[in-house]
Design a protein around this ligand. Structure first.
Ligand SMILES: O=C(O)c1ccccc1N[C@@H]1O[C@H](COP(=O)(O)O)[C@@H](O)[C@H]1O
Length: 221
């Protein structure tokens, strides 16, 4: 049987992109609040994009080392279901955010080598969900959304005590292989379904969801 994954499409910047992501079959949709990102949203735009999501699709706010004041403003303005912390937030900060907002927290952890597996174990004791991403290069790149993969063999067959999602350089072409190698049953994509930074491509989103869900076309007889 072909494995199937629940898909998060992150970095949606327009209501039309949100509708296309939902139509394609995304189960999670992500909004980026990080000013250096080409996917960054002002609060009023974020609200508009979030309101274009259908019921039952989990709306995720991605932040990077955000302060309480920044998170307060986001949570007041935008209807949300999950907070994604994609910076160097400590386990204590994860717990504080959970307590303050009463929303599930997904902690992103960058993986580049075996030493990063211990970090994942640490966050698995506190976060509601883990996002296992490629570690960003130290050259001023964004903390994520760089379209870079990591060596999936590092996490082959691993499970954590919390639900987890695979991210980093996924595309319609490589997602099935990534799922097979890692055992991931939730996957996250941003740049791999774009036509330009911050602009999603409906055909790429559909192709990605189909590949992640194992919706392969039947060969003609
Ligand atoms: O997408 C961004 O601009 C971004 C900015 C800051 C932190 C994380 C960001 N994106 C997240 O990175 C991963 C992987 O993205 P990609 O598929 O490799 O482009 C994903 O979780 C995005 O949500």
């Amino acid at each position: 049987m072909v494995p199937s994954a629940r898909v998060k499409i992150c970095g949606l910047t327009r209501p039309s992109d949100m509708r296309a992501a939902v139509e394609a079959g995304a189960g999670y949709v992500g909004l980026v609040f990080f000013e250096k990102s080409p996917r960054h949203l002002a609060l009023d735009t974020a609200r508009e994009v979030a309101l274009a999501a259908a019921d039952g699709v989990a709306k995720v706010a991605l932040t990077v080392n955000a302060t309480d004041a920044q998170l307060d403003a986001i949570c007041v303005a935008v209807p949300l279901d999950i907070l994604q912390l994609h910076g160097s937030e400590s386990p204590a900060r994860v717990a504080a955010v959970q307590a303050r907002y009463g929303l599930p927290v997904m902690k992103a952890v960058g993986v580049a080598g075996a030493e990063d597996l211990a970090t994942l174990e640490t966050y698995a004791t506190v976060a509601d969900m883990l996002l296992v991403d490629a570690k960003p290069p130290k050259n001023g790149a964004l903390p994520g959304g760089n379209g870079l993969t990591f060596d999936w063999r590092l996490i082959a067959g691993r499970q954590w005590s919390r639900p987890w999602m695979l991210a980093g350089g996924l595309t319609a072409v490589n997602v099935a292989m990534a799922m097979e190698m890692t055992g991931a049953r939730q996957v996250d994509v941003s740049s791999g379904v774009e036509r330009a930074p911050g602009v999603k491509d409906p055909d790429k989103m559909q192709a990605f969801v189909d590949a992640a869900k194992g919706n392969v076309p039947c060969p003609k007889t």
